[in-house]
Design a protein around this ligand. Structure first.
Ligand code: CTP
Ligand code: MG
Length: 401
């Protein structure tokens, strides 16, 4: 039997929140990303990191479920697992975790279960900073958006984003400092770094990771699901470094009937002498099939998820609006486009003379990704053969950005 040495590091994983904003009907940590819960994913990455006591702070009454996830994630580190019940606020949950630390622990990391995809390397960077003598260290990312200070619906100041960083977890501290800071805390702080800073300590920063984003809203959960679908080996992230990213294909089709107003818009081009297609937007079946193929490849739902009739801004919109928004959605989820192939079935318009122009228009709307367009008639058969409308079939390949 192997004897695990008593660790000097502990990770407190707070998972006791209810997930009001996600509104999934169960406590957030138990919501599935794939067949595994958020907590299981978070813990898999924690156990892939340095040897540490792992204290899981579970919702009151759900300690058994937390233990099941913890044992599955821990593998041969199962004797490092401690489960405690949390409190009504995140701060009280962290305090409950602190109460369960073993005697030899002298570095404590506090981590949100909701940052379920945080890579083990982030834990290592935080521990290294505390080991180097800093009282505390947290991972941060630069702020990308331009930030304004707003009062009464007016901008009162521009804020230099170079001075700003977005805080993530795990946040690591020398245990004596964190214990003492919690001892004297007399109000709720936004995070542990703020609580420790209020006790008079300077907290260092290390590089965060985009994968350490917090799953807060249903859109965040979609993003996590898409990322996990991309890396089926996330069971143990130790494999990820060696794994070839697996490209994904997607398929999309669309049909529109002739009968709209104004000129025809198809494949991103205006066809002045041709009858228009009908539809909520411009009826561009080629563009819509491509959007569906790309979203399907990325596991991001379909055109109705992002551009349905509840998005009035797309009424009458042309291909470039749909395609550039789709490109942005894929980018946010960590995908880039390999290529797109689309075939249109229609008696008219005749594509031969404008095929290259159509490819160019569609490709530019997709940030330069290669798009091949082909066209065919159907020998007079079916609705396209009778000239009632057009059909388009698209395939897309996406790869990890
Ligand atoms: N947390 C906790 N105990 C609480 C509140 C939050 O342990 N009383 C944990 C959550 O489980 C989560 C982390 O703190 O892992 C960050 O909190 P947040 O993302 O706000 O989660 P919830 O509070 O569950 O979500 P919401 O605010 O939408 O209700
Ligand atoms: Mg909360």
């Amino acid at each position: 039997m192997s004897i695990t040495p008593v660790p000097r590091i502990a990770v407190i994983v707070v998972a006791a929140g209810s997930g009001t904003r996600l509104a999934a009907g169960v406590p957030k940590a138990f919501v599935g990303i794939d067949e595994h819960s958020m907590l299981r994913h978070a813990l898999t990455r924690v156990f892939d990191g340095p040897q540490a006591q792992v204290v899981i702070v579970a919702p009151e009454g759900r300690e058994g479920d937390a233990l099941t996830d913890a044992l599955a994630a821990a593998g041969d580190r199962r004797d490092l697992v401690t489960i405690v019940a949390g409190g009504p606020t995140r701060q009280s949950s962290v305090a409950a975790g602190l109460g369960a630390l073993w005697g030899d622990v002298d570095v404590v990391l506090v981590h949100d279960a909701a940052r379920a995809l945080t890579p083990p390397a982030v834990f290592e960077r935080v521990i290294a900073a505390v080991d180097a003598g800093r009282p505390g260290a947290i991972p941060v990312l630069p702020v990308i958006d331009t930030i304004k200070r707003v009062e009464d619906a007016s901008i009162v100041a521009a804020v230099d984003r170079a001075e700003l960083s977005a805080a993530q977890t795990p946040q690591g501290f020398r245990r004596s400092i964190l214990d003492a800071a919690y001892e004297i805390a007399d109000r709720e702080y936004t995070d542990d770094a703020a609580l420790v800073a209020a006790a008079g300590h300077t907290v260092a920063v290390v590089d965060g990771d985009p994968l350490a984003f917090k799953i807060t809203t249903p859109a965040d959960l979609d993003r996590a699901r898409s990322l996990v679908a991309r890396h089926p080996l996330t069971q143990s992230t130790a494999h990820l470094g060696n794994a070839m990213p697996i490209p994904r294909v997607g398929v999309g089709t669309d049909v529109h009937a002739f009968g709209g107003d104004g000129p025809l818009w198809l494949a991103g081009l205006e066809w002045p002498a041709e009858p228009a297609l009908s539809g909520h937007s411009d009826g561009d079946a080629v563009a819509h099939a491509i959007v569906d193929a790309l979203l399907s490849a990325a596991g991001l739902g379909d055109i109705g998820t992002h551009f349905g009739t509840d998005h009035p801004e797309y009424a009458g919109a042309h291909a470039d609006a749909f395609l550039s928004r789709t490109l942005a959605l894929l980018g946010e989820a960590g995908w880039r486009i390999g290529n797109v192939a689309v075939q249109v079935q229609a008696n008219r318009p005749r594509f031969a003379a404008r095929r290259v122009e159509a490819e160019h228009a569609l490709s530019s709307a997709l940030g330069g990704a290669p798009v091949s367009v082909s066209a065919t008639t159907t020998d007079g058969l079916g609705f396209t053969g009778r000239g009632e409308g057009v059909a388009a079939f698209a395939f897309a390949l996406v790869v990890s950005a």
